[in-house]
Design a protein around this ligand. Structure first.
Ligand SMILES: Cc1cc2nc3c(=O)[nH]c(=O)nc-3n(C[C@H](O)[C@H](O)[C@H](O)COP(=O)(O)OP(=O)(O)OC[C@H]3O[C@@H](n4cnc5c(N)ncnc54)[C@H](O)[C@@H]3O)c2cc1C
Length: 411
């Protein structure tokens, strides 16, 4: 059986490593950085904000953790949804560990920024739209046009703003109606919300994945950048721009968000909001310690926020709009800051499908000749990191079949 090489030790690479090693295949993972996790790595303790590997702003403190690199991710709250195959795969293997849900006391702290003001409720205009949950939305029309024709401009705008938290795009209404509608149905699911946070953050998930891969015999080599494609079968589980260089294929591109990210550590007060969902500009602010207090030192809150850039907008202007959201939701936060970091993230927050395209049109997993792609801008279902996991499982199935493994990966 031919050994399988996996390039990249983020969620996609480690998932592929576990899935391949479970079949008995010989697996080697190469990770360019000294630490595993890619965009799921945290900043240095005690502030466990996620780093996204974007471009640091001048005002941000240099994280003191190891292996900080330009090609790694920016900060942001990382959640998992429990309503997809990625979750079943993780849960069956006990790879997630303890998770947190939104505590009831925090629900009162959810705010909606609309019409320039913070409000406690979303606009009533959005409710008729969300009531028709069995409706199918077209792929080839933008969400705004489709939703506005059904329920008016105001409802369309507010609904698009509601998924700013998962799209990182200044105008989610421009995206495919089918794509946005699918996200809205998941984000606003009426039963118990499917969203979960891994206690301790995604690094816990990364550690568990890596430990399982090693247990199954996979070799994981860090500080090992791969500059040329090794012998197949090979799974390229890097960011798409690195895959583009490795495969020498300029067609490997896909739409993704552009936003500024701001993480602040604050001395706690009881008047802070839990979430500010910005229905005006698709920004999002969350006091992540509201669900997981282990993410910051005692007596402090970790707030993670993002604001998508409008076309042509300077980063500083988007950052100022984001800081204004904090002014509204976190009284006197500027006087309470003890830690702060901001970043610019382009193409790091997952795939966005424009009108006329679905996930099936993204760069295919199977590149031919025993080369397979995995990552969050690749042809697999789900949102954001789920796409990395689902594409990794697809790539692992194909790579093990190519390697001649006797055991097949289900699914
Ligand atoms: C602010 C923000 C918030 C987010 N929030 C969420 C969320 O709540 N939920 C969610 O599901 N997703 C979220 N995401 C998306 C999620 O972080 C990513 O989709 C996921 O982490 C991507 O994992 P990956 O393994 O595909 O890629 P990466 O994490 O980028 O891993 C790729 C790895 O490949 C390595 N590499 C690159 N080139 C080479 C090379 N030549 N040789 C060897 N190694 C190489 C890199 O060092 C890196 O470790 C968020 C993203 C951002 C930016």
């Amino acid at each position: 059986m031919a050994p399988i090489t996996i390039i990249g030790g983020g969620l996609a690479g480690l998932t592929a490593a576990v899935a391949c090693a479970e079949t008995g295949a010989e697996v080697v993972v190469h990770e360019a950085h000294a630490t595993l996790g890619g965009r799921a790595r945290p900043a240095a303790a005690p502030w466990l904000a996620h780093v996204a590997g974007g471009t640091r702003s001048r005002d941000s403190a240099q994280p003191s953790g190891p292996a900080w690199g330009r090609d790694l991710p920016p900060p942001g709250p990382h959640a998992l949804y429990t309503d997809g195959p990625h979750w079943s795969w993780l849960a069956e293997r006990d790879l997630v560990g303890p998770v947190a849900t939104i505590p009831l006391r925090e629900v009162r702290g959810i705010r909606f920024h609309r019409g320039g003001r913070l409000r406690r409720t979303p606009p009533a205009s959005v409710l008729p739209l969300l009531a028709h949950r069995s409706r199918r939305a077209p792929v080839d029309v933008d969400f705004h046009t489709w939703a506005a024709a059904l329920h008016g401009e105001q409802a369309a705008r507010a609904a698009a703003g509601l998924i700013g938290a998962v799209t990182y795009d200044s105008d989610p209404g421009r995206l495919s109606a089918a794509f946005v509608w699918g996200l809205l149905l998941r984000v606003t699911a009426p039963r118990a919300p499917a969203i979960r946070w891994v206690v301790g953050g995604w690094p816990v998930l990364v550690d568990r994945l890596a430990a399982r891969a090693r247990e199954l015999g996979a070799r994981i080599v860090t500080s090992s950048r791969v500059d040329a494609l090794p012998e197949p079968p090979v799974i390229v589980a890097t960011q798409l721009e690195s895959a583009r260089a490795l495969l020498g294929d300029d067609a490997l591109t896909w739409e993704s968000g552009h936003c500024v990210l701001l993480d602040v550590g604050l001395v706690t007060t009881r008047r802070d909001a839990f979430v500010v969902a910005d229905l005006d500009d698709a920004g999002f602010v969350q006091r992540v310690t509201g669900v997981d207090p282990t993410l910051a030192p005692a007596g402090h809150a970790l707030v993670q926020a993002d604001m998508p850039l409008k076309p042509g907008e300077p980063r500083a202007a988007a950052l100022a709009r984001l800081e204004h959201l904090l002014d509204l939701g976190f009284p006197r936060w500027r006087d309470r800051v003890v830690w702060r970091r901001s970043e610019f993230a382009a193409g790091r927050s997952g795939a966005l499908d424009l009108p006329g395209s679905t996930w099936r049109d993204r760069p295919a997993v199977d590149r031919g000749d025993g080369v397979f792609l995995a990552g969050d801008l690749v042809a697999a279902p789900g949102m954001r990191g789920e796409v990395s996991l689902n594409s990794a499982l697809h790539a692992a199935r194909s790579a093990t079949a190519r390697a001649g493994a006797g055991v097949r990966i289900a699914g």
